[in-house]
Design a protein around this ligand. Structure first.
Ligand SMILES: C[S@@+](CC[C@H](N)C(=O)[O-])C[C@H]1O[C@@H](n2cnc3c(N)ncnc32)[C@H](O)[C@@H]1O
Length: 206
């Protein structure tokens, strides 16, 4: 009798400990708030833009996503939640060594390591090594490089794919060549939305 009570007690304790350990991994709002609190350089997208990206990916059922400029994982966590819904995968690339470690750690804490692959390195070097094509791209690296990234990724964007880019309103003067390219390309339908004033371009490949 005593033995079976002890076994039950141990089982309950083990379950309680496991639940306590598991909780922070799925506490995405807390993880997102932590990232924002430490983001002294204000690199992360706004919460509104994060929600917009999540909704866009989930509602258009994207499966093969690429993020260029992952920083510490704020936008990747928003997009990773959508990829969990669609059954897809996101690859995010970050070349700053401190941020890429934070990015990998935050993705793991968010319970998204099976969905979001973190690549530490220069996206200009790493993208050609990634196999396959993309049906969704989110570009959020340094703004002067946007046109070069468009040229690099465009041939790998599926027909029906969406190429999106951040800060196209508040930093538009730093990316004139990119904005011209997405608006003049006859094979793209481009629109700009601005959920929080920073601006996101959406270019659909016909
Ligand atoms: C604006 S932040 C990205 C913020 C992130 N998307 C978010 O919302 O959390 C831009 C990031 O792009 C990274 N970056 C810039 N050029 C890069 C490149 N060529 N390869 C990889 N990362 C790059 C920077 O180190 C920086 O962390």
């Amino acid at each position: 009798m005593l033995k079976s009570i002890t076994v039950v007690t141990l089982a309950v304790l083990a379950f309680a400990t496991a639940s306590t350990r598991a909780q922070p991994q799925s506490d995405i709002p807390t993880i997102l708030a932590d990232i924002r609190a430490k983001d002294t350089g204000q690199l992360a997208v706004s919460e509104e833009d994060g929600k917009f990206l999540r909704l866009l990916i989930a509602s258009t059922k994207r499966k093969h996503a690429l993020e260029i400029g992952g920083a510490s994982g704020y936008s990747a966590i928003w997009m990773g939640q959508a990829m969990r819904e669609t059954g897809g995968k996101l690859v995010t690339i970050e070349y700053d060594p401190v941020r890429s470690k934070e990015l990998a750690g935050n993705i793991k804490r968010a319970g998204l390591a099976d969905i979001v692959q973190v690549i530490a390195g220069d996206a200009f070097v790493e993208i050609p090594k990634i196999p396959g094509t993309f049906d969704f791209v989110f570009l959020d690296a340094w703004k002067r490089d946007y046109k070069r990234f468009l040229d690099l990724v465009y041939p790998r964007l599926d027909k029906g794919g969406l190429f999106t880019a951040h800060n196209v309103v508040n930093k538009r003067t730093e990316m004139g060549d990119f904005l011209d390219a997405i608006q003049r390309n006859p094979a793209l339908w481009t629109a700009i939305v601005s959920p929080s004033g920073e601006g996101i371009s959406l270019s659909y490949k016909k």
